[in-house]
Design a protein around this ligand. Structure first.
Ligand code: GUN
Ligand code: ZN
Length: 440
């Protein structure tokens, strides 16, 4: 039998052990001339290249990427694959945008061929952008989720997906019933949850499109299988909030709707969470609930500005997300740049190192995956991305001016996008390389 040797990737290497907001320089490890040792799809070792290479007592395949930066694969904690074809649709705020663009597009996912073709395109685009893990909404159709997981399984990516539950306030063709959503979700959970690297998430769209009976079903699904995540939207838009409170008049505020159905805990990932008062933030923090901050979407739809300082005060489990199709790029570099601008509009300068933390380890923590991905802890799955600081002549000129790591990272995130991704690795295997891409 042929012996497969470990691979050693030599480059600048950065990863996080904790939140730089809390632990400053102790929160990350950075090796200017680093080596990442990968064997059988797992991280074996990380360290200074010269020291590590001298210590290696067995042959290894050396991949020389000096001058580039290796970080863990990006983690996008909230987006919708069926909306990839309606990105950049003009002119509406949330509820009108859903009715005019989103709901018509989602109806096509009843067709398994359309679902499969779109899922293939979508996952390839994620990889091209360096995103190796994502929490993804399907549509109300079982076919959409089966297609997505088949595609992800074939690439061995670690992905989370769920069938959208919605039984009211949407076109008839997109409405299920509480019973149907229980049956469909249960079937998909048996088939896909923890099957290889796939994980299921219970996915009621938002309070507006689920009846009380359906929110009860969501809670029941979580009780049936406690390792499941819940993903939904919370408090994105002022008209949405008013409508939700009209539908649930007994609730004191938007969050209280979900609380009443037992849907707020450490396995819950809420997209947006704008327009929250201190009391709602405090309750989210007390439950260790997770927030997906979706800056490009919030700016695109004009939904509002997430108050990161307030989130941090209440210790919310913050992560970054594109929220495509309302988000304007799949790129997590672009998402970090938009996050910076949202914070600047509130007189706050989001730190570059923290931004990279939010797009990697924080995402893993939000999705309960920090013992698998999001950092290069030995034993973790070797999902990583190779970034080129000098992807364009302009970026190259800007990098010449950079004096330290935060400066280099900031220029990279602000000017970079998919052109900055040289290659993407999933469980130690290269699944994307810019040279293969005629547009790169
Ligand atoms: N709220 C309910 N559904 C959606 C959606 O598809 N996108 C966004 N941005 N918000 C939502
Ligand atoms: Zn969304």
């Amino acid at each position: 039998m042929k012996t497969v040797h470990p691979s050693v990737y030599r480059a600048s290497i950065l990863h996080f052990l904790s939140d730089p907001l809390l632990d400053g320089d102790e929160a990350y490890e950075y090796f200017e001339d680093g080596a990442l040792v990968v064997d059988q799809g797992k991280v074996i070792q990380l360290g200074d290249a010269q020291t590590l290479l001298a210590q290696l007592d067995h042959p290894a395949n050396l991949v020389d990427l000096r001058g580039q930066l290796i970080i863990p694969g990006f983690i996008d904690t909230h987006l919708h694959y069926p909306q990839i074809d309606i990105m950049a649709s003009h002119g509406e705020a949330l509820l009108d945008w859903l009715n005019r663009y989103t709901f018509p597009a989602e109806q096509a996912f009843k067709d398994p061929r359309h679902a499969l073709e779109t899922a293939n395109f979508f996952v390839d685009e994620l990889l091209k952008n360096g995103t190796t893990t994502a929490a993804v909404f399907g549509t109300v159709h079982k076919t959409s989720v089966n297609a997505f997981f088949e595609v992800s399984q074939a690439r061995n990516t670690r992905m989370i997906c769920g069938q959208v539950m919605m039984d009211r306030n949407a076109p008839r063709a997109l409405c299920d019933t509480a019973t149907q959503s229980y049956e469909d979700s249960s079937e998909l959970i048996s088939k896909w949850h923890q099957n290889g690297r796939q994980q299921y998430a219970v996915t009621p769209r938002f309070a507006i499109t689920s009846s009380p009976a359906q929110l009860e079903v969501a809670a029941q699904l979580l009780k049936d299988t406690p390792s499941l995540l819940l993903q939904t939207h919370l408090s994105e838009n002022k008209d949405e909030i008013a409508f939700a409170l009209k539908l649930f008049p007994e609730a004191n505020d938007y969050l209280d709707i979900y609380e009443r159905y037992g849907l707020v805990n450490s396995n819950s990932v809420f997209a947006h969470a704008l327009h929250l008062n201190d009391d709602q933030c405090q309750r989210l923090g007390a439950q260790q609930a997770k927030i997906a901050f979706c800056p490009s979407s919030n700016l695109f739809l004009g939904s509002g500005l997430a108050d990161i300082k307030k989130f941090d005060t209440h210790n919310l489990g913050l992560s970054l997300a594109s929220d495509v199709g309302a988000g304007t790029r799949l790129s997590m570099l672009h998402t970090m740049a938009e996050a910076y601008k949202v914070c600047r509009l509130q007189n706050y300068s989001l730190d570059a190192l923290r931004s990279f933390y939010l797009a990697t380890l924080a995402g893993a923590k939000a999705l309960g995956l920090e013992d698998k991905v999001g950092s290069f802890r030995p034993g973790n799955e070797a999902d990583f991305v190779v970034l080129n600081y000098d992807a364009t002549s302009l970026m190259k000129r800007r990098q010449v001016q950079c004096e330290d790591l935060p400066d280099k990272l900031f220029a990279l995130l602000m000017l970079g996008d998919d052109r900055s991704i040289t290659s993407t690795y999933v469980a130690g295997k290269r699944v994307y390389h810019a040279d293969n891409n005629p547009h790169a």
